[in-house]
Design a protein around this ligand. Sequence first.
Ligand SMILES: Cc1cc2nc3c(=O)[nH]c(=O)nc-3n(C[C@H](O)[C@H](O)[C@H](O)COP(=O)(O)O)c2cc1C
Length: 381
Amino acid sequence: MNLENCHNFHDFRLLAKKRLPSPIFNYIDGAAEDERTYKRNTASFDTVDLVPNVLNGTEEIDMSVEVMGQKLKMPIYCSPTALQRLFHFQGEEGVAEVASQFGTLFGVSSLGTTSLVSLREKYKTPQCYQFYFHKDRGLNRSMMESAKDAGIDVMMLTVDTITGGNRERDLRTGFSIPLKLNPRGVLDFIIKPSWGINFVTKGKFTLPQLDDFVDMSKGSISIGKYFTEMLDHTLNWNDVEEMVKFWDGQFCLKGVMSVEDARKAVDIGCTGIVISNHGGRQLDGSRSPFDQLSEIVDAVGDKIDVLMDSGIQRGTHVIKALSLGAKAVGGGRFYLYALAAAGKNGVRRALNLMQTEIERDMRLMGVKNISELSRSNLRFR
Ligand SMILES: Cc1cc2nc3c(=O)[nH]c(=O)nc-3n(C[C@H](O)[C@H](O)[C@H](O)COP(=O)(O)O)c2cc1C
């Protein structure tokens, strides 16, 4: 199997599985506990059918959207994900380049392996900074100031990681940063030597968003320790309200699931929320964002931009979420498997396939632009 044979999400996943040592593949592919939420995220789209209108003469298709003041040429963006250079040596750089070619938003994780400032300087497409809140308030402020000075468009605070999810596949393989593999894990690295050669020869693995502020060198602090020791587990709405004021720009909460929290996000001045369960990687048993979408849109959709992520694999998933009232959707694994499979060429193919699917689906639905999508296109089973 190679890139030309990848025609959908599942094909990219299989190629990624072939290329990556299994501990790394399972870090991307896995989720929390019994992975029920992970499975439901995609299955929830099957509870709704699309009802197309025909003979609408859809020659020109415009799939652009505007969210949190950013114009996106397509309604799906690349959600922030950690450690991308571990999946392919081109990492965030490759993802940013492709997102920029497609004119869409990309997120850079606090645990990103490329500097968000260097990406900002190189690529002009909208960029968001996925932020974790530290105990040290001074540190939070300096990090935000540097991001603001660099011209980051959107601050995205992740709020569903107050503690780490119980990802049992990682426990079995021994995946952690720094890597502490069990013998089976070591063997997996040995039998996939090309990954190891690229990893060692194509630049040093660093976490630049943290390196400037936290001593992550020589394994003195692991990511696990970073989460337990440096992040503030008492984070509350007052802290975030202060942060929103300090940032004084587009500010979004990622990981909101309840109507009550969506209302609070409006009250403290956020401009966006991402309904998300972190791709099923945190609270297993949590509801899927698509199942929860209409409730939240009905409550706050006229006051704040409502986005969603988790489970999106197809153009029709995007169409269903937008018909229900999301302003845009994010995807993680849909571009990560492609990155792992073939670097930026893979990501380009994944975004291209997604764009082609959305365009074809819009034609088949009989709509020329996104604003024509509505709940009248949908029937719940
Ligand atoms: C390997 C991996 C790493 C991730 N790292 C982060 C992260 O650092 N910060 C964050 O807020 N979300 C992170 N996420 C969650 C994504 O931003 C997004 O919410 C999720 O992938 C959406 O689900 P999907 O993969 O089904 O599209 C990560 C997801 C994956 C798969």
